[in-house]
Ligand binder design. Structure first.
Ligand SMILES: Cc1cc2nc3c(=O)[nH]c(=O)nc-3n(C[C@H](O)[C@H](O)[C@H](O)COP(=O)(O)OP(=O)(O)OC[C@H]3O[C@@H](n4cnc5c(N)ncnc54)[C@H](O)[C@@H]3O)c2cc1C
Length: 398
């Protein structure tokens, strides 16, 4: 029987585990390893930060659905992978595999910029724990009489959407409280234009975002490179100094420690290079989601990372599992269709929806709309995906 190890218990790891179980049943012994026994629906973290959603609504224990599907679970941090011995080192144990699928996401490189991060002077909503802290401090500033708020992304960041969501939701909240005119709001981004998102823009998203930012009096700084953050200000490389009482800045991403420490696995930054079937050059290894290496397709004046969204991660996991199965069964490799990007940038009472395919221009399909239905769709998607993962389904049953 084939022994398959999956590392990571989030969008990539769970989708792969449930799909492999669907397709291989008892013909494979599947083990999922994660250093977190919970699944967090990260796209809802901005609502939690605003205090509009209870944190416990977007997390659940992954042990139950895995057990229900007869998938072994090991709670522990992988220290490194040994590709020659086909093994994973976790909490002092060596686990051998025939096939390995890595979905470990990324680390956050707060050390890249002085003053960056929740242990220094900026907030983050990129993990559950950071979000709780950011929420508490945000509630304090929103109930103050006035203030300076800075939201945005540092150079090299590749998860830009949540920053757009946060700045527009903070604006909405202050307007609802009737005191938006007592606050300065700044948005900083390494992008050359609003709505670039690391993929060269998505049709009308640029215009829609620019209209919103002008209408709402949000000062935006393009091609921004953060030099340093102090308790009072965000300093940019072009010499500007933006006063801050509260700032939330997405840091650059780095591959996880376990990949960086494993010989022959990742690039110097710890991201894993794979082919179109998400297979590594070492054929027993597949990798999906934020952990893969995706070179920025455009030379921008300031580096902007390519997004690897939850939606893209799920698509990758589906392609990778088919590829892995073809390998086990000695079948020809399937030819995957190109990835598309579907994204809903929520604004609290409306949202910008876009779907583009393929990821980079020129594109066959391109659809962008700002509408209340998109805001409702995002809430519905949270409920659907949470229900699906919580019950161990790789897709709608039936
Ligand atoms: C605030 C925010 C908002 C977002 N909004 C959206 C959105 O609206 N739409 C969208 O499509 N995407 C959104 N995303 C992106 C989405 O969350 C990611 O694309 C998705 O989480 C990637 O899934 P993943 O499985 O690759 O990695 P991750 O979700 O990062 O999970 C990594 C997993 O690996 C485990 N792990 C890591 N290292 C180890 C180790 N050494 N040993 C064992 N286990 C390990 C972790 O515990 C975790 O279970 C958002 C992200 C954030 C942070």
């Amino acid at each position: 029987m084939e022994r398959i190890i999956i590392v990571g218990g989030s969008f990539g790891g769970l989708t792969a585990a449930f799909r492999l179980k669907d397709r291989l049943g008892k013909r494979a012994d599947i083990t999922l390893i994660s250093d977190d026994g919970r699944f967090t629906f990260m796209p809802s973290l901005p609502w939690v930060t605003m205090g509009w959603k209870k944190p416990e609504k977007i997390v659940f224990d992954i042990r139950r659905p895995l057990q229900r599907r007869d998938i072994n679970f090991l709670l522990g941090k992988v220290s490194h992978f040994d590709l020659n011995r086909q093994s994973v080192h976790v909490e002092g144990r060596e686990e051998h595999y025939d096939q390995l699928l890595i979905a470990t996401g990324s680390d956050l490189d707060f050390r890249a910029i002085p003053g960056l991060g929740p242990e220094a002077y900026t907030h983050s909503i990129l993990t559950f724990e950071h979000t709780l802290l950011a929420r508490e401090k945000l509630a304090r500033i929103l109930s103050a009489d006035s203030g300076n708020i800075v939201v945005g992304c540092s150079q090299g960041a590749s998860c830009l959407g949540p920053a757009y969501e946060m700045v527009l939701m903070i604006d909405l909240d202050l307007r609802r409280r009737g005191k938006r005119h007592h606050f300065n709001i700044h948005f900083i981004t390494p992008e050359p234009f609003l709505g670039h998102f690391g993929i060269g823009g998505t049709g009308k998203a640029r215009r829609a975002m620019e209209d919103d930012f002008y209408d709402k009096d949000i000062d935006f700084h393009l091609n921004a490179q953060v030099e340093e953050i102090t308790p009072e200000s965000v300093q940019l490389k072009d010499g500007s100094s933006i006063p801050q009482d509260y700032s939330m800045i997405v840091p650059p991403f780095l591959g996880v420690d376990a990949v960086r420490k494993s010989e022959g696995l990742g690039n110097p930054k710890g991201f894993i290079l794979v082919d179109e079937g998400y297979r590594h050059v070492n054929e027993a290894v597949h990798c999906v989601g934020v952990a893969i290496a995706l070179a920025p397709p455009y030379l921008t004046p300031v580096p902007v990372g390519v997004p690897k969204t939850a939606n893209m991660t799920i698509q990758m996991a589906k392609i990778a599992t088919e590829d892995l199965i073809s390998q086990i069964q000695n079948n020809p490799r399937p030819v995957p269709s190109p990835l598309s990007v579907t994204c809903i940038a929520d604004q609290g009472n409306t949202a910008l929806y876009f779907k583009v395919s393929p990821v980079l221009p020129p594109r066959q399909r391109l659809f962008t709309r700002k509408a209340v239905w998109a805001h409702m769709l995002k809430q519905g998607l949270e409920r659907y995906e949470m229900w699906r993962f919580r019950n161990g389904f790789s897709r709608l049953p039936g």
